[in-house]
Design a binder for this molecule. Structure first.
Ligand SMILES: Cc1cc2nc3c(=O)[nH]c(=O)nc-3n(C[C@H](O)[C@H](O)[C@H](O)COP(=O)(O)O)c2cc1C
Length: 413
């Protein structure tokens, strides 16, 4: 880890208020309280920062939507509901660098005119909850949260919300539902949270990593941020490197870093020397053939290859892996985690499991057609995008692992 990156290195220890301040923490807030919310909105817009929760939506555009609404009360939700298997970066960030998230929330509040912040975590994230609670208390005691932040007259406070331990509870409208006391299930959009979110008031929902980028951007400016990364993917991204690598764990790399650098130079290469067949940037994304190891990681380079950086919960497919078993596990995850509200989602996720079980049992027949048909039928018919997220890995596997699937379907696992 070097000083050039935005979120600071993996120190392994918790950064308390004193440590964060010593590293320049809350100086962006200090300056922003003087320059005002519209200046922050402009710098975030110019930085090109995109969401790190998976969908990569432009942050400035989202903030402007909430900022433009006239309302007596507005909210900021920092989404740390990370529940995707293989992803640990949000847990890492909240546990080790909670003040970066809190400062990002304050800056979002100032830019959008919100005074209520919700730090949204999963109820079983015990070390993260402890760390966040401690940091909120420290910030309150230092006058960084409360009725007049640093005596400026700007009011902002943060409430920690413990969400139910489900995958869909991380979806933005599900988070709003959970904060309001509901079961944490997605709601119909529109209205979007920026129009009507928590208590029907304008609400900006951002991933915790997204918000943790903002203090750096405000401090060093949009041009400095754009100088890191690529044209459409400025800045850095956190990846969770898997156990198959010699150096697993959460790392931060500039966008544009090649997969080879990430896996070999940073991750130390595959532990048992097995050959890499495919990279799976995250469970809800398509697979990437290992021949693309020298492609730089960015939204614009991965899109034409049928995948995306996603949440960076990296998984690898190695020579000798039982690909069909892996696909079935993925399908079973989505079937189990779909919330039951949308019949096309239930139908699709059930059908994927049913077809892959038949393939595994050597009774696959024409397995590709029913998978494609149900994915086509269900596309865009859900309250949230779980339908598309469940389909992405399976559809890409039909291309990349066609031989493995055909062999298994003929009974030759
Ligand atoms: C099923 C489902 C689960 C999701 N889980 C998370 C999550 O755990 N954390 C997260 O930040 N976003 C998650 N999202 C995306 C959120 O809906 C939303 O796009 C995100 O919090 C916005 O933040 P960003 O723009 O900063 O990425 C999920 C979406 C879906 C459809």
């Amino acid at each position: 880890m070097t000083g050039t990156i935005v979120l600071a290195g993996a120190t392994g220890s918790r950064e308390d208020l004193k440590g964060y301040r010593a590293a320049g923490g809350y100086s962006a807030l200090d300056a922003a309280l003087r320059s005002g919310g519209s200046a922050i909105l402009s710098v975030v817009e110019e930085s090109g920062l995109r969401g790190h929760g998976g969908a990569a939506f432009p942050v400035g555009r989202k903030w402007r939507l909430a900022g433009a609404r006239a309302a007596a009360s507005k909210h900021v939700v920092a989404n740390g509901g990370e529940h995707e298997p293989g992803s640990a970066k949000d847990k890492y960030l909240v546990e080790h660098h909670p003040h970066r998230v809190i400062e990002g929330m304050l800056l979002c509040g100032l830019a959008t005119g919100a005074s209520h912040g919700w730090l949204y975590l999963i109820e079983d994230m015990v070390p993260q909850i402890e760390s966040a609670e401690h940091a909120i208390a420290e910030a309150r005691a230092a006058g960084l949260l409360g009725s007049s932040v640093l005596g400026s007259g700007f009011t902002f406070d943060v409430t920690l919300h413990r969400a139910p331990p489900t995958y869909v509870a991380g979806e933005e409208t599900a988070a709003i539902d959970a904060i309001e006391g509901g079961a944490g299930k997605p709601r119909k959009k529109p209205p979007y949270p920026g129009e009507s979110g928590v208590r029907a008031e304008p609400t900006t929902v951002n991933n915790v990593e997204t918000l943790a980028n903002v203090p750096w951007i405000v401090r060093y400016g949009a041009a400095a941020y754009r100088a890191i990364g690529t044209g459409e993917s400025p800045g850095t991204m956190l990846f969770t490197l898997p156990e198959e690598l010699r150096r697993p764990g959460v790392v931060e790399v500039p966008f544009g870093t090649t997969w080879r650098t990430l896996l070999e130079s940073i991750g130390g290469g595959v532990r048992d020397g097995r050959k890499l067949r495919a990279i799976h940037p995250a469970l809800s994304c398509g697979f990437l053939d290992a021949r693309h190891l020298d492609v730089g990681i960015a939204h614009e380079t991965l899109r034409p290859l049928g995948t995306a950086p996603g949440c960076g919960g990296l998984r690898l497919v190695l020579e000798g892996d039982d690909v069909v078993a892996r696909l079935l596990e993925i399908a079973q995850f989505f079937m189990r985690e779909q919330c039951g509200q949308c019949p096309p989602c239930r139908m699709e996720t059930n059908q994927f499991v049913h077809v892959l079980q038949a393939v595994r049992a050597g009774k696959g027949g024409d397995f590709a057609a029913p998978i494609r048909k149900v994915a086509d039928f269900a596309r865009k018919k859900g309250l949230c995008s779980l339908i598309e997220m469940a389909a992405a890995p399976i559809l890409s596997a039909l291309e990349l692992f066609a031989d493995d699937l055909a062999r298994a379907a003929r009974g030759g696992v």
